[in-house]
Design a protein around this ligand. Structure first.
Ligand SMILES: *[C@@H]1O[C@H](CO)[C@@H](O)[C@H](O)[C@H]1NC(C)=O
Ligand SMILES: *[C@@H]1O[C@H](CO)[C@@H](O)[C@H](O)[C@H]1NC(C)=O
Ligand SMILES: [Zn+2]
Length: 477
C-alpha cells in the first residue's frame, strides 16, 4: 500500500516537477493521500495534516467527529465544539461554534447557524460546511472579511442533522430516498410544529428535531440556513399555506405563501443565489423540471409541505431561515465536491454577513435591569422573537423606517420608531415602565398554536413509514 502511494507520488513529481510535492496532501481523518493532488481546496499547505479535509471525499461520522475534535483542539480561541443531543442511533449532533469569542458571553453579538444534511441522502451541504470550517480557520489570520465575520458573529455550524440517514445513503444516488429519513423512518423536515396545521406535524417528535427545538430555545438565532440537495435554488418561507380548494392534486397550481417579511426573505435568497456561481442563472435540473427565475423561490410556490424547519424557525423563533438546494444531484460522487465548494463558497460567506443588517438593542426596566423574555415585534410583521436573559434582541430588516413594539409581563407596552440604513445595524435601547394597563396592547398579534412539550419517541407505524416513502419520492426540500 505504502509502496503504491509512493509510486503515485513519484509519478506526479515526475510529471509536474518537484514543486508540486508541497501540494500533495495527506488526509489525516481517512489516512489516505488525496486521489488527485491537483485539486486543492484552499491553500492548506501550512495546516497540520489532522486539520485538512479530504477535498474529494465524504466524511463519515467517525471521520467528521475526529476532524471536529482536531479543529477544536487546534483552535481553542476560535472554536467551541458541542453536541445538541443524539440521533436515534446515538450519534452526536455536533455543532462547531466559530467566533473570536467562542466561550464568552458577548452583548449583542448575533447568533447565526448553518445546518446540513437534514435529509441523510443530501450530504453536499455536510461537506460544504466542513469546508467552510476549514476555510474560516485557515483564512482568519490574513482575510479581513473572514476576521470581520468571526469578530462580529457567533457562527454555529452543524454539518449533519441526520447522521444516521447519511450512513445508509449511497454515493452516486442522485434522486433516490434511501437515507432521506432518520432511523425511525421519519422525514425530519416534516417533523416541526406547523403554523398552518395548528402546531402539528408528521407525528411523533423525533430526537433530532427535538434537539433543534431545544437548541433554539437556548439561543436566539437571528439568521439561519439549512442545506439540501436535489435542486438548485434558494427557497424562503412559507413552505406551507392555509388549505385551499385549489389543491394541486385536484388540478390547481401551487400558490405562493408569503410572510410579512417577504422583502427581507427575497433579499436573503437573492443574495445567496447571485453570489453562487450557477444558482441565479441555472435552468431546469431535469427536462420538464421547475425553472426558478433568479434561482430563488417562495417555498409554497414550489410545493407545499407541512412541518418544515424553515417555517418553524421563522414563526416560533424569529430566525430568518432559508432552505438552500445546492445541486441537482442529491449525493454526487466525491470527486465533484471541489466544484460544489467553489460554487457555494462566496455565497456561504456573504450570507453570514447579512446578520449585520437591521436593528438590535436591549430592553431594560427603569432601574436599567435587563428584561428577559419580552416579546419583540416590528409593527405589521406579526412574527417576532423574545429577548435573551441580557434583554437583547435583533431583527434583520432592509433599509426603511419601522416601529418596534415591545411587551413584557408586568410592564406597559412600548412603541418606538427607528430607521434602518444600509451598512451597520441600528442600535436602540428600550426602557419599559412597570404597569398592568393592557388597554393599548398591540392588537394585530396572531396567537401561535400551543406547542406540546417534547415527548420521548415512539415506534413509527408501517403506515407512516409508507406515507413518508411516497411523500418523499423525488422530493428535495
Ligand atoms: C431577478 O433579479 C433581477 C435583478 O435583481 C430583478 O430585477 C428581477 O425582478 C428578478 N426577477 C424575479 C422573477 O425575481
Ligand atoms: C444601551 O444600553 C447599554 C447598557 O446601558 C449601553 O452600553 C449602550 O450604549 C446603550 N445604547 C444606546 C444606543 O443607547
Ligand atoms: Zn432535502
Amino acid at each position: 500500500m505504502l509502496k503504491h502511494l509512493l509510486l503515485i507520488q513519484m509519478a506526479f513529481i515526475a510529471i509536474y516537477g518537484a514543486s508540486l510535492r508541497d501540494s500533495i496532501v495527506f488526509d489525516g481523518p481517512s489516512g489516505q493521500w488525496l486521489r488527485d493532488p491537483r485539486i486543492i481546496l484552499d491553500d492548506v499547505s501550512g495546516v497540520p495534516p489532522a486539520l485538512r479535509l479530504n477535498p474529494v471525499g465524504y466524511h463519515h461520522y467517525d471521520e467528521m467527529t475526529a476532524y471536529l475534535r482536531a479543529v477544536n483542539a487546534a483552535y481553542p480561541q476560535l472554536t467551541s465544539l458541542y453536541s445538541i443531543g443524539q440521533s436515534v442511533q446515538g450519534r452526536e449532533l455536533w455543532v462547531l461554534l466559530i467566533s473570536t469569542t467562542p466561550s464568552e458571553k458577548t452583548i449583542l453579538k448575533p447568533e447565526v447557524k448553518y445546518v446540513g444534511n437534514i435529509h441523510g441522502n443530501e450530504p453536499v451541504g455536510r461537506e460544504l460546511l466542513l469546508r467552510l470550517i476549514q476555510h474560516l480557520l485557515v483564512n482568519y489570520p490574513q482575510d479581513d472579511y473572514v476576521r470581520f465575520l468571526m469578530e462580529t458573529t457567533n457562527i454555529h455550524i452543524m454539518p449533519s442533522m441526520n447522521p444516521d440517514g447519511f450512513e445508509v445513503s449511497r454515493e452516486g444516488d442522485c434522486g433516490g430516498v434511501q437515507g432521506r429519513y432518520n432511523a425511525n423512518g421519519k422525514d425530519l423536515n416534516r417533523n416541526f410544529p406547523d403554523l398552518f396545521k395548528g402546531g402539528k406535524n408528521n407525528g411523533d417528535p423525533q430526537p433530532e428535531a427535538n434537539a433543534i427545538s431545544r437548541w433554539m430555545n437556548q439561543r436566539q438565532f437571528i439568521l439561519s440556513a439549512a442545506f439540501h440537495g436535489g435542486a438548485l435554488v434558494a427557497s424562503y418561507p412559507f413552505d406551507n399555506k392555509e388549505v385551499t380548494l385549489n389543491l394541486p392534486h385536484l388540478g390547481g397550481r401551487y400558490q405562493p405563501s408569503l410572510t410579512p417579511d417577504d422583502d427581507t426573505f427575497k433579499h436573503l435568497a437573492t443574495m445567496y443565489s447571485f453570489n453562487h456561481r450557477k444558482m441565479h442563472s441555472a435552468g431546469a435540473c431535469f427536462p420538464g423540471d421547475t425553472v426558478f427565475p433568479n434561482g430563488t423561490t417562495n417555498g409554497a410556490a414550489w410545493y407545499y409541505l407541512a412541518g418544515g424547519m424553515q417555517d418553524y424557525n421563522y414563526v416560533w423563533n424569529g430566525a430568518m431561515e432559508l432552505t438552500l438546494e445546492v445541486g441537482c444531484c442529491k449525493y454526487p460522487k466525491g470527486e465533484t465536491l471541489p466544484e460544489y465548494w467553489e460554487d457555494n463558497k462566496q455565497a456561504m460567506l456573504k450570507y453570514l454577513g447579512e446578520a449585520q443588517r437591521g436593528v438590535r438593542g436591549q430592553v431594560f426596566d427603569s432601574q436599567s435591569n435587563p428584561i428577559s423574555n419580552a416579546n419583540i415585534r416590528i409593527k405589521g410583521r406579526t412574527f417576532g422573537s423574545k429577548t435573551t436573559n441580557l434583554g437583547e434582541f435583533w431583527r434583520i430588516l432592509m433599509p426603511g423606517v419601522y416601529t418596534l413594539q415591545v411587551e413584557a409581563d408586568g410592564f406597559l407596552p412600548s412603541e418606538q420608531t427607528f430607521q434602518v440604513e444600509e451598512g451597520l445595524p441600528t442600535l436602540i435601547n428600550v426602557s419599559l415602565r412597570r404597569g398592568t394597563d393592557k388597554t393599548n396592547t398591540f392588537n394585530d398579534r396572531i396567537p401561535l398554536p400551543q406547542l406540546q412539550p417534547a415527548q420521548p419517541p415512539r415506534r413509527t407505524s408501517i403506515f407512516s413509514s409508507l406515507s413518508n416513502f411516497f411523500g418523499g419520492l423525488g422530493r428535495a426540500k
